[in-house]
Design a protein around this ligand. Sequence first.
Ligand SMILES: Nc1ncnc2c1ncn2[C@@H]1O[C@H](COP(=O)(O)OP(=O)(O)OP(=O)(O)O)[C@@H](O)[C@H]1O
Length: 267
Amino acid sequence: MQTYDLSQTFIKGFSQEELVLYTKDLCVWYGEKEAIHNVSLSFEQNKITSLIGPSGCGKSTYLRALNRMNDEIPSAKVTGEIYYQGVDVNYKNIDVYEMRKRIGMVFQRPNPFSKSIRENVTFALKQHGLKEKKLLDERVEKVLRQAALWEDVKDSLDKSALALSGGQQQRLCIARAVAMQPDVLLLDEPASALDPISTSKIEETLLDLKKNYSIIIVTHNMQQASRISDYTAFFYTGKVLEYDDTRKIFTRPKIKATEDYVSGHFG
Ligand SMILES: Nc1ncnc2c1ncn2[C@@H]1O[C@H](COP(=O)(O)OP(=O)(O)OP(=O)(O)O)[C@@H](O)[C@H]1O
């Protein structure tokens, strides 16, 4: 069967300002239950977008749809459009593995491999044929610096990643995702299990990473959304009720439900 090689399919002439990723009328069903309904959002290069909303409103489902992680859930069915750099992500013959290199993901719970810190970063690179030690070492240092972890671990690169603290493990997971040089980084509540200091380090890391990536983050932390994101989408019962500049969402939302949610007066 023919596979769809994303590297061959960029639409020429896109400027930095063009949209990296967008969805149009995206719906996701789990069996008979529709979890998100007609979600149309677009994401720009070098911007952070927060997805906020009450529990169960479909934020993670939406995020997972963006790099087809819902494929792993047998009951999930996706309709509508997802376009990444002009490529239809839902195209059935797409090379999903290749696409996930471009649209990387970091999960809520840090999930480093049970390997050394170095191998966590180099594992996928080696799988993709990068063998030269010097290049691997350079990439390890670069991404650990980008994830603000280098100073903590530079003398223990060959020690187990599982010996790191939760916050360090999560920064290692960010480094691991960044090592593949994606264009888009999806993060599902990456700091929810962390203490305030680790959370603030993750936020600094994300603000630094947005120079190179488009970042989409699910968060329940309103301060976090307002501190780090350029745009915010408010999800409610599977729909996006409001999407705007983060400053507007937090100071002059158009919809009462948004105002109630961001001010903590929901329900
Ligand atoms: N694997 C699944 N199978 C069946 N239903 C699911 C599955 N995952 C999520 N759902 C349902 O889809 C709806 C949306 O869930 P989702 O996890 O996307 O919401 P969320 O906004 O991310 O919630 P939270 O903030 O609590 O993480 C919920 O009703 C949930 O029960």
